[in-house]
Design a protein around this ligand. Sequence first.
Ligand SMILES: [Zn+2]
Ligand SMILES: [Zn+2]
Length: 381
Amino acid sequence: DPLGLPLPDAHVLRALLAFAGVVPEEPGKYTCENCGAPFEVAPSSLLEIGPFTDGELDDPELDRPFDFHASHPIPALRVGRAVCRGVRLVERTVDEALPLLRLPADGALRITPSLVAAMGIAALGRERRAPVIADALARAPDEAWAAIVDLYHEARYPARLVAVHRCQGCGARNDLDVPLERELERAPLRAHEADPDGPAAAGVTAGAAGAFPDLDAFEARVRAAAERVYEARGVRNIDLFIDAGVPACDDGGEPLLGCYTPGTPADELGIARPPEIRIFYRTFRTEARDDPGFDVDAEIVETIDHEVTHHLHHLAGSDPLDDEEHEHIEREQRRRIGHAEALRRARRGALSDLGGFVRATWPAWLIAAVATALAWCEGGR
Ligand SMILES: [Zn+2]
Ligand SMILES: [Zn+2]
């Protein structure tokens, strides 16, 4: 009975059916996190199914089961007369989650006690009564609600249900939720009224550490740090360029904090280029926004020092640090696409026969039953 499936299993099945085209998925609209270019893609079509089909679901990080015993930390919110900073979730089957799964696609989310039960929220802080939890959630600040939604996704969707889209413009890796349709949106609970100061002015830079430096202040800090690092490492004449444009990405699609380019000897016009260290302002800004513990000055020093190491290795004729970085990227890639699948691709450079797998592994009646039971996932509510 598909209704008795634990939600994560149902979502994996949903993702595989979308991947195989049994339950088609419409393309979603996205913007590249690094350069802002818009793109459209059906994320399930990019799912890496190797680990599922080859039984390689044993990665300590990607396949770690969600902890249903712990109280997971969230930004503070008021619950009844207490302030709570943790939430505990319990497992849910499709059946138990139906009040949530059957919500209309668009329309405001109304948080009721039955919705709290469907979400599987067992406790907010020490509070366990669903009506009190529902009240608290309905009034929760955005950051607290967003954290709870993220935890909900973590609990119901295995970490492997992600599509990696590489931006055609800048090469950045964009991780997309698979399947596209999810029962709880990663969006604020309430629409915001227009605010003349703008959410960016208030939200992005506010924090204990104060505002992120503007470009001029950032450049001054980078140059001061470089002077100290160059002296300590005994190097000079490496150009330092603070790049405020779209950050370059590494081979894995991660936007770089900095990069090193060796110099070139004089060409036929007699123009030689000195070696260069480039620091990407926007990557620093993004990191600082996403991680309140990001120490801008310490990271500037570490980045310059790292690039100086590349420089010295280059001068010495070989760069083991660069080799290490490439190996790391390849290792991460293999974990994600699966070891057997990586071998197959290396051998024949082709995709495996997915549709065949799905049809052979699950009998047709089960696929039909699940497709019907999960009709909510394609908006057929
Ligand atoms: Zn891009
Ligand atoms: Zn490096």
